[in-house]
Design a protein around this ligand. Structure first.
Ligand code: UT7
Length: 400
C-alpha cells in the first residue's frame, strides 16, 4: 500500500535547503468564510536567475506560488436513460435503484458521440468562466480511464480548443479518483514547474465498458465531462490547502476491467511460429465489481482521508462550507457525511440526475453547484475521490 500526502505551503523544503537562504513571509492559512484569516510565518524558497533563452521557454523557474481554481465547466451527452428504461433490459426497478443508490437518471454516449468532444466542451466552458484564452493554457491534464485512443486523448482536446502554443497534454488514469489526482498534479506543476494555467479535465464513458446485462453494475454509471482551470497566483491567494492520496493494488480484485485476448484472433496464433508469438490482439473486458466491498472500502477510507487533509490544512470538518465527494451512491455520501459530522445541507449531491460518472463526477457536481449559485466565491470545499485501483484521496480547496 502506498500513500502520498500533502500540505501545500508555498515553500519547497528540499530545494530550499539546497539553494537559497530562506526568506520570511506571510501565508494565508485559514478560511475567510468560516474561521477568519489566520496568518502564519513561513519560509519560502525562490530559485531565480535561471536564464531563459527564447528557445527554452519551459525551463522551470521554481518560485513559491499559490494556485487557485478560477473556472469550471461541464458537459453531458444528449441521451438520457431513466431507471424505468433500465428496467426494460435487466431485472430491476426504479424503486430498487432509487432506494439503494439515489440515482434516477444518467446520460449515455451513443455510438455517434465522442467523449473527447464532450471533454473539450467542458474545458471550453471552464476557460470562458476563467476568462483565459486557450493560447494561455500551458498544460492539459485529461483524467480518464476511457480515452478514445490507446495512447490517450488529451492532445485531441488541446487541438479541439485551438491552443496555438502546443501546451503539454497527457492523460491520467486513476478511475474515479482521477480528477483529484489531476488537481494535485496541476498544483505541483504550478508550484514546482513554472506553469501558469492548467486545465484539469475529468471525463469518462464507462457506459462503453459496462455489461448491460449485469444489473449489479449497469444501473450505476453514466457518462460526462467536467473541467476546472487551475491558475498560478501569489501565495496569499492560495486556494489549495492540503491533500491526502492513497492507492492499494490489492483492492483491484473488487473493481476492475482487465484486458482479455480477442476471441476472433484465437485461431490465428497457430502458424507454427514460437509458442505465444505473435501476441493476440486484446481488448478490455466489461467492468466487474464487488459492490459491497467497494461500498465498505469507501465508507471506511474516505472519512479518514478527508480528516487527514483537514488536519494538514489546519481545519476541522465544521469549518468547511461544502463536502464534495465522488458521486457514487447517495448512501456512501450520507455515511461519509455522518462520520465527518457534516450536515446534509452542506453535502453537494447531483448523482440523482447523472449517476456515477467516474472521473467527471467531482467537476460536474462542482460546476453545477457554482453555476446554480450554491458554491460562492471564497467557499471552502473538502473534495474526495475513490474508486478502482483501488485509489482514493481528498483535497481541501477554496473556490476562487
Ligand atoms: O466509483 C466507485 C465505484 N463503485 C461504487 O461505489 C459501488 C459501491 N457499491 C454500491 O453502490 C452498492 O453495493 C450497489 C448499489 C452496487 C449494490 O447495492 P447493495 O445494497 O450493496 O446490494 P447487494 O449487492 O448487497 O444486493 C442486494 C440484493 C441481491 O439480491 P439477494 O442476493 O439479496 O437476493 C442482489 O442480487 O439486491 C440484488 N440486486 C438487485 N436487485 C434489483 C443487485 N442489483 C440489483 C438491481 N435491481 N439492479
Amino acid at each position: 500500500m502506498a500513500n502520498a500526502s500533502g500540505h501545500f505551503s508555498p515553500s519547497i523544503p528540499s530545494l530550499r535547503k539546497r539553494n537559497n537562504p530562506p526568506c520570511i513571509g506571510i501565508y494565508r492559512y485559514g478560511f475567510p468564510s468560516a474561521e477568519g484569516i489566520s496568518k502564519r510565518v513561513f519560509c519560502s524558497s525562490t530559485i531565480q536567475g535561471a536564464e531563459v533563452s527564447p528557445s527554452q521557454s519551459r525551463v522551470p523557474r521554481l518560485i513559491s506560488k499559490g494556485c487557485k481554481l478560477v473556472g469550471c465547466g461541464s458537459a453531458v451527452p444528449n441521451l438520457k436513460v431513466s431507471n424505468d428504461d433500465l428496467a426494460k433490459i435487466v431485472d430491476t426497478s426504479d424503486e430498487w435503484i432509487s432506494v439503494r443508490t439515489g440515482i434516477h437518471n444518467r446520460y449515455v454516449l451513443t455510438s455517434n458521440d465522442s467523449l473527447t468532444a464532450l471533454a473539450a466542451e467542458a474545458a471550453q466552458k471552464a476557460l470562458q468562466m476563467a476568462e483565459v484564452d486557450p493560447d494561455d493554457v500551458d498544460l492539459v491534464l485529461l483524467c480518464t480511464s476511457t480515452p478514445e485512443d490507446l495512447f490517450g486523448s488529451a492532445t485531441q482536446i488541446q487541438k479541439a480548443l485551438g491552443c496555438k502554443n502546443n501546451p503539454l497534454a497527457y492523460d491520467i488514469t486513476a478511475a474515479c479518483s482521477g480528477f483529484l489526482l489531476g488537481l494535485v498534479s496541476a498544483a505541483c506543476y504550478i508550484r514546482g514547474g513554472g506553469f501558469s494555467n492548467v486545465l484539469v479535465i475529468g471525463a469518462d464513458a464507462l457506459s462503453r465498458y459496462v455489461d448491460w446485462t449485469d444489473r449489479g453494475t449497469c444501473i450505476l454509471f453514466g457518462d460526462a465531462a467536467g473541467a476546472v482551470l487551475v491558475q498560478a497566483c501569489n501565495s496569499e491567494e492560495d486556494g489549495l490547502f492540503g491533500f491526502d492520496m492513497h492507492s492499494d493494488g490489492d483492492g483491484l480484485r473488487n473493481l476492475n476491467a482487465p484486458i482479455v485476448e480477442n476471441e476472433v484472433d484465437r485461431t490465428l496464433g497457430s502458424n507454427g511460429s514460437v509458442l505465444g508469438f505473435p501476441p493476440r490482439r486484446s481488448s478490455y473486458s466489461c467492468i466487474q465489481m464487488k459492490g459491497n466491498e467497494v461500498f465498505r472500502f469507501a465508507v471506511r477510507c474516505v472519512p479518514q482521508s478527508v480528516e487527514s487533509s483537514l488536519q494538514k490544512a489546519g481545519l476541522t470538518a465544521s469549518s468547511i462550507d461544502w463536502l464534495l465527494l465522488h458521486q457514487a451512491n447517495q448512501r456512501i455520501l450520507d455515511a461519509v457525511a455522518t462520520r465527518l459530522e457534516v450536515p446534509p445541507e452542506r453535502v453537494i449531491s447531483n448523482l440523482a440526475n447523472y449517476g456515477n460518472t467516474s472521473a467527471a463526477s467531482i467537476p460536474l457536481a462542482l460546476d453545477e453547484a457554482v453555476r446554480g449559485g450554491k458554491v460562492k466565491s471564497g467557499d471552502t470545499i473538502a473534495a474526495a475521490g475513490f474508486g478502482a485501483g483501488l485509489t482514493w484521496g481528498s483535497a481541501i480547496v477554496r473556490w476562487r
